[in-house]
Design a protein around this ligand. Structure first.
Ligand code: FAD
Ligand code: 2HG
Ligand code: ZN
Length: 476
């Protein structure tokens, strides 16, 4: 399946033998050395059900030292490995392509410390994002990252993908929030960059090499993350708008009028909303519109924030830029509104095959891309829709068809990447490059930058055992 859709040849790695399995069983025990085909089905398949590997071995270390022993052995034996967190990645990076050994962080889920004064939390990389956020909430803190996949994704996976999510516009990306990383190199060497200091200018800031490198330079075992105070007052508005010009104008107004309490600014088009309504039976709180926005505020004074957001909505309705809207202040109602946005990905999968694009664009071009693609593809597709983190210029353009169709794929790619490059956008805003986008990376990275990436890869992983066939393009 995978190799047919995405032609790729197995690298010169060793095949796993009985002796190798014995080594792992000695190290981890048989219940943490999984070789059962049925148990391997899930970890071999990506969330979208598009990329499927054929690994016969899944390892579940609990400690950094175990990860180190595994990698040191695999490196000597030239056995390829695939680090895996919650397996919610959307670019095929988290599953093996051939028979790579899957190293799962599922059992590395200890929170080591919470510094309630500085807000710095140190934990193992396999903590599930939502569980970590619940844990720190008892200290009045929050993890500065929130994604629709929070119930499954791991903090190590988040850091490895430099995940963005719903509140990046308020809290920034993980290159800012992550203060320290502990990682194991392909050789088994443990690199301790686990600083908990907000400021540390002692030479090259090596942790950044692991943030966003998708498991290709090292396996992250621990992270130290700066957690802000949990807001005491949260409000959410859901707006309906008639034109994309109005969307941009409201975005501008939101920044200037709600700036200091703004925590999220999201966008949904009519087709995306129709998809969650149709496939998940969720209900929009307002009348049908071509465009929708979710505006969230987070602050410390509920009366003040609520009043501010109410005034904002009144003025927006008066101006005609917003033609229907509602504001939620109760947690359960806010969650219902957030579900409409967060569950779009899930609703798309129900429709069939999903061509998924995660693109950064200058705002004036943001929706033009959806319109152009829709026109370009016509009736060959079920749906071509756009939603995303408009406050960060991040469009999620999704195209669904009944099933995979090579001809359709060649009408979409590379046109969509050319379009992006022409307006100086990025072909991956937050999901990463993984397996699926690696041969398109040149649309967003210069040749010299790709050459430097290759040099770093061969320095840190000379045998190329860490997540092969990912991130870097094929050698042509
Ligand atoms: P995995 O999918 O297991 O792995 C992702 C990549 O990281 C792989 O290349 C893997 O090899 C590597 N990796 C994992 N753990 C480690 C480790 N410890 N050390 C080294 N490498 C590692 N993404 C966003 O950015 N923003 C969103 O808003 C968002 N929303 C989503 C909503 C849904 C419903 C879904 C299904 C996905 C969403 N994603 C989003 C994508 C995905 O959840 C993120 O990329 C997430 O960070 C992946 O975490 P994970 O633990 O599942 O990692
Ligand atoms: C989101 O913001 C995620 O909902 C997933 O990044 C986007 O599935 C997608 O296209
Ligand atoms: Zn997203």
């Amino acid at each position: 399946l995978t190799s047919k859709r995405y032609p790729v040849t197995r690298g010169q790695f060793s095949q796993i033998t009985g002796d190798d399995i014995n080594f792992f069983v000695n190290l981890l025990g048989s219940h943490r050395t999984i070789t059962d085909a049925a148990e391997l089905e899930g970890p071999n398949t990506d969330w979208l059900g598009i990329v499927r590997g054929s690994s016969a071995t899944l390892l579940k270390p609990k400690t950094t030292e175990e990860v180190s022993a595994i990698l040191s052995y695999c490196n000597k034996r030239k056995l390829a490995v695939c680090p895996q967190g919650g397996n919610t990645g959307l670019v095929g990076g988290s599953v093996p392509v051939f028979d790579e050994i899957i190293i799962s962080t599922a059992l590395m889920n200890e929170v080591e410390s919470v510094d309630t004064l500085s807000g710095v939390v140190t934990c193992q990389s396999g903590c599930v994002l939502e569980a970590l956020d619940n844990h720190v909430s008892q200290f009045g803190l929050m993890v500065p990252l929130d994604l629709g996949s929070k119930g499954s994704c791991h903090i190590g996976g988040n850091v490895s993908t430099n995940a963005g999510g719903l509140r990046l516009l308020r809290y920034g990306n993980l290159h800012g929030s992550v203060l320290g990383v502990e990682a194991v190199l392909a050789s088994g060497e443990i690199v301790n960059c686990l600083s908990v200091m907000k400021k540390d200018n002692t030479g090259y800031d090596l942790k950044h090499l692991f943030i966003g490198s998708e498991g290709a330079l090292g396996l992250i075992t621990k992270v130290a993350i700066n957690c802000p105070s949990r807001p005491q007052a949260v409000n959410l508005a859901f707006f309906g708008l008639q034109t994309f010009e109005d969307v941009l104008s409201i975005y501008k107004d939101v920044k200037s009028k709600l700036g200091e309490i703004l925590s999220s600014c999201e966008f949904i088009d009519a087709s995306s909303l129709e998809c969650v309504e149709k496939n998940l039976k969720l209900k929009s709180p307002i009348s049908a519109h071509p465009f929708y926005m979710l505006i969230e505020t987070s602050g410390s004074n509920s009366t003040h924030d609520e009043e501010k957001l109410n005034t904002f909505m009144e003025e927006a309705l008066e101006s005609g830029k917003v033609t229907d809207g509602t504001i939620a202040t109760e947690p359960s109602r806010m969650q219902n509104l957030w579900n409409i946005r967060e569950r779009i990905s899930e609703s798309l999968v129900i429709e069939g095959y999903v061509h998924k694009y995660d693109i950064s664009l200058p705002l004036p071009h943001f929706y033009k891309m959806v319109e152009d693609m829709r026109q370009h593809l016509g009736t060959a597709v079920i749906r071509c829709c756009g939603y995303g983190h408009i406050g960060d210029g991040n469009l999620h353009l999704n195209i669904t068809s009944k099933e995979f169709d090579q001809e359709l794929m060649s009408r979409i790619e590379p046109t969509i990447f050319e379009w992006t490059a022409k307006v100086n956008g990025s072909i991956s805003a937050e999901h990463g490059i993984g397996f699926k986008k690696r041969n398109f990376i040149h649309y967003s990275k210069s040749h010299s930058a790709i050459a430097l990436m290759r040099q770093l890869k061969s320095l840190m992983d000379p045998n190329g055992i860490l997540n092969p066939y990912k991130v870097l393009p094929d050698n042509k």
